[in-house]
Each structure stands twice: as structure tokens, then as C-alpha cells.
Design a protein around this ligand. Structure first.
Ligand SMILES: [Zn+2]
Length: 455
């Protein structure tokens, strides 16, 4: 439970002064009692696979209390000095472990909301300050994660025995989400929407190419704290972490894409520092403190074992920057670095791409167009692909394909077309035809093709 906007006054007064003070205190209390209630304007629900967020829209900040009761399992929210403007009992909790909710008006303008639960769960609540529509938000985050059996290791060893070349796992992190819109650009365009669209397209490019397996860190419009984003990438055993953002700046002139890597020693420029500070603010939305507790630990790790990973990060970043430069203007000609919390203590190559400035009218227009979003996604894909063609880990399909002089045998399946196969294996169609001495593009099921290596 968290209360914001509470001030405590300690006064040590005696005699007449005390009487006068008490009188003033009573008067001011009376004023509080008669002041406008915090109007509860509605309840919104957003859910992820194993957690959910309930958001009450309030006309102003209000103190509240959240607690759990068992037999039967209930979650109770008391909002002080409040009035209910809307019936919220018909709220649909579809996939959540909540059956329904009931409301009651208690003494002293306390509104009580009781959630009947299917099973016990963890919850935390906090207030978000007014958004640009002047709405305060009371947020309840629910966590009902099931413990998963550790089966991963077994699967990995079976793969090793069979000597199957593994896919490279690409963690794609669409910045912001849910209550955190990110930068708000011209035409009130939200960064979270733009970067999600680009991220989805990027995932599709990876999905279409053999040897890659994209993982979306955020797979919908919901909020994830920065540290949790890193953890998702780690849990998925990602080989690279790509965080996608769109900049904004007070000066409309500012334009161009940039690529950043983590720096623990300070930012490479004043604007990089400004940007990192702004992006790191995302965590305030989750009621999480910015100060990472494992700061000292992570800086030690960085010095010892992560130097290599940081160099790799710069390598990936440079490849991506080159490709971005082919489709959009660049903010600077080199890779920059700053203390981005989302990249911290990740021991895999990690980059943050700012795809352009939403505060720049021309770039905002571009960023909202699906065609431009595809171009950006394709460029990021090409950059990462170029990196892995040179530096993929030995046990991966991409490494076997691009670092050894060995043909790949492909057996044609129902529905395959030659141009699809060429695209999937990143071979020029003509070269694939020549290599297999094909006169026509027609294929037979079961036919074997040799996929050339040095294309
Ligand atoms: Zn951002």
C-alpha cells in the first residue's frame, strides 16, 4: 500500500496557543471534509498471460488501502474521500482470476470495492499523477504467475546429442506501453504505439528467415518495468536484445535515428544523457524506484566478464546504424552510449534504437506510416543479420550456414515455391536456380535442393 500526498505536521504548543491552533486545525479539517470528492470515473482492465493491471480513473488523487481476505478469497480496495460516478460492477474480468466486483459506500466518503477471486494472488497498488487529460490513476497490479517446471535444460541436452543447430533468439523490446505512453509527438501520437508497430514488423522479418526466432518482450499494450524487460530476455535465452524507441526533443528541428549501447562510465554526449534520463523515467510509472539495488554488483560484472558483450553490442549497433542510414537520416554519424536502465546487466549484446523524432513534424508523419515503419524494421533486421552472419555463436544454424563451406540440403514440401525458399535462405533466386541447374521454377514434393553457401 502506498499513500501519496500525505503531509504530517508535528506541533508542540501549550496554553492559549494550543487552543488557537486546535481551532484552526478543526476549521481546516472541516474544509477537507467538505472539499470535492475524488470522483471514480471508471475501471479499465489490461492483462498479460500471467499478470494484469486494473486502473481506476480518478478526478484527483485520493488515499487508498488495498488488502486481501481469505475464505472466500477477496481483494478489497478502500478509496478515501471518493464518489463513484459510474457503475463498475459489470466490468469484464474475462481471463483474470477475478469473478466479479462489488461496490459499497462506507462512512466518511470511503468507497469500498470488493473483488471476488478465483484463487489467491499477489497485488500491489499505487497512484499515478495526473495525465495530460487531468486524470489521476489508481493502479492495482496483479500477479498470478504459475511456477514452471525447469524442463529447459533437458531439452537443450537432447538437442546437443542430436547436434541440431539452434535458432538465434532475438529479444525485441517495444519501449513503454500501457500507462506509460512514452514520448507524445505531434498530433498526440504515442511513442508506445509507433514502436510496437515497428517491433511487430521487425519480429516478422526475423520469423521469415530460417535460423532466427524472434521473441516480443512486450506482446501487447501493457506496462513492464525496465528490469523485468531484461529478465524476460534472459529467461528466453536471447542472443541479442533490441529495444525500440522514438525520440522527442524540445526543439522541433531535432531529427534522425540513432543507435545506443549501454555505458556505465557516463554518456557519450549531453543529448545521450538527456535521452537516457528520459527513457529511464518509464520505471516511475510502475511505482518502482529508479535506483537499481544491484548497481555495484553489476558494475563489477561489467568490468570482468561483460567487456566482450559490450564490444559485441557496439558491433551490432554499428551494423544497424549503417543500415538505418540507408533508409532515414541519422541524428549522429556514430553509435552513442549512455546509462540506459533497460540495457543494464544484460550479458548479451544489447542495443537501443531511437527510430526518429516524434517531435519533428516530418519524422512524426513518417513514423506513423506503415511503409516507413517497415523500412526501419527491415534496416534493423539487416543490421542484426549482418552482425550474426559474421559473429553468430558456433552452435547456431546461422553460424553453420555462413561460416563453413557446406551446402544445405533442402527437401521440398507441399506448398513450397522456389522464390519462398530463396527468400527464406537469403539466396538470390537466379543463383539458387543455377546452383541446382533448374530450367523452370516448378518444384516437386520430395525433390532435394542444394542451398549455396557463399552467396
Ligand atoms: Zn522511449
Amino acid at each position: 500500500m502506498k499513500s501519496i500526498y500525505v503531509t504530517r505536521v508535528f506541533v508542540d504548543l501549550k496554553g492559549p496557543a494550543l487552543k488557537l491552533f486546535s481551532l484552526l486545525a478543526m476549521l481546516s479539517l472541516g474544509m477537507v471534509a467538505f472539499s470535492e470528492p475524488a470522483k471514480i470515473q471508471g475501471l479499465r482492465v489490461s492483462s498479460k498471460p500471467d499478470s494484469a493491471r486494473l486502473v481506476f480513473d480518478l478526478s484527483k488523487a485520493a488515499d487508498h488501502r488495498l488488502f486481501m481476505l481469505s475464505d472466500p478469497n477477496r481483494m478489497v480496495l478502500d478509496v478515501e474521500g471518493a464518489a463513484l460516478l459510474k457503475d463498475i460492477t459489470a466490468t469484464n474480468f474475462n481471463h483474470l482470476p477475478i469473478k466479479k466486483c462489488r461496490t459499497a459506500k462506507k462512512e466518511n466518503n470511503v468507497i469500498r470495492v470488493v473483488f471476488d477471486l478465483n484463487s489467491p494472488l499477489k497485488a500491489k497498488s499505487f497512484l499515478l499523477p495526473k495525465n495530460d487529460q487531468g486524470i489521476s490513476r489508481l493502479v492495482i497490479d496483479l500477479d498470478y504467475k504459475k511456477k514452471l517446471a525447469p524442463q529447459k535444460k533437458v531439452a537443450a541436452s537432447i538437442e546437443a546429442v542430436q547436434n541440431v543447430k539452434r535458432d538465434l533468439i532475438i529479444a525485441i523490446d517495444a519501449g513503454h506501453g500501457g500507462e506509460d505512453p512514452g514520448a507524445v509527438g505531434v498530433n498526440r501520437m504515442h511513442e508506445k504505439k509507433v514502436v510496437y508497430a515497428i517491433s511487430k514488423k521487425l519480429a516478422n522479418y526475423f520469423k521469415a528467415r530460417k535460423g532466427y526466432k524472434p521473441v516480443m518482450v512486450r506482446s501487447g499494450d501493457y506496462f513492464i518495468p525496465l528490469a523485468a524487460r531484461r529478465n524476460i530476455a534472459k529467461e528466453k535465452d536471447a542472443d541479442v536484445f533490441i529495444s525500440i524507441h522514438a525520440d522527442s526533443f524540445t526543439k522541433k528541428r531535432a531529427h534522425g535515428a540513432s543507435v545506443y549501447t549501454l555505458s556505465t562510465k557516463g554518456a557519450s554526449s549531453a543529448s545521450a544523457k538527456f535521452l537516457a534520463e528520459r527513457e529511464n523515467k518509464a520505471d516511475l510509472v510502475g511505482g518502482v524506484s529508479l535506483a537499481d539495488k544491484d548497481d555495484i554488483l553489476s558494475s563489477v560484472l561489467v568490468d570482468l566478464s561483460m567487456t566482450y558483450k559490450m564490444e559485441s553490442s557496439v558491433d551490432v549497433a554499428e551494423e544497424v546504424l549503417v543500415e538505418l542510414g540507408k533508409v532515414t537520416s541519422l541524428h549522429g554519424s556514430r553509435v552513442e552510449n549512455a546509462g540506459f536502465a533497460v540495457l543494464k546487466s544484460l550479458d548479451i549484446p544489447s542495443i537501443l534504437v531511437e527510430t526518429g523524432f516524434m517531435s519533428n513534424p516530418r519524422e512524426a508523419k513518417n513514423l506513423s506510416s506503415s511503409r516507413f515503419q517497415s523500412k526501419i524494421a527491415q534496416a534493423i533486421f539487416n543490421g542484426v543479420d549482418n552482425y550474426f552472419k559474421k559473429k553468430a555463436p558456433e552452435d547456431t544454424y546461422i553460424a553453420s550456414r555462413f561460416r563453413h563451406n557446406r551446402a544445405v540440403i533442402y527437401v521440398v514440401e507441399r506448398g513450397d515455391t522456389l522464390s519462398q525458399i530463396a527468400m527464406r535462405y537469403d539466396v538470390h533466386l537466379n543463383r539458387l536456380m543455377e546452383f541446382n541447374r533448374l530450367q523452370t521454377k516448378s518444384l516437386a514434393i520430395g525433390q532435394t535442393l542444394q542451398i549455396p553457401i557463399n552467396n
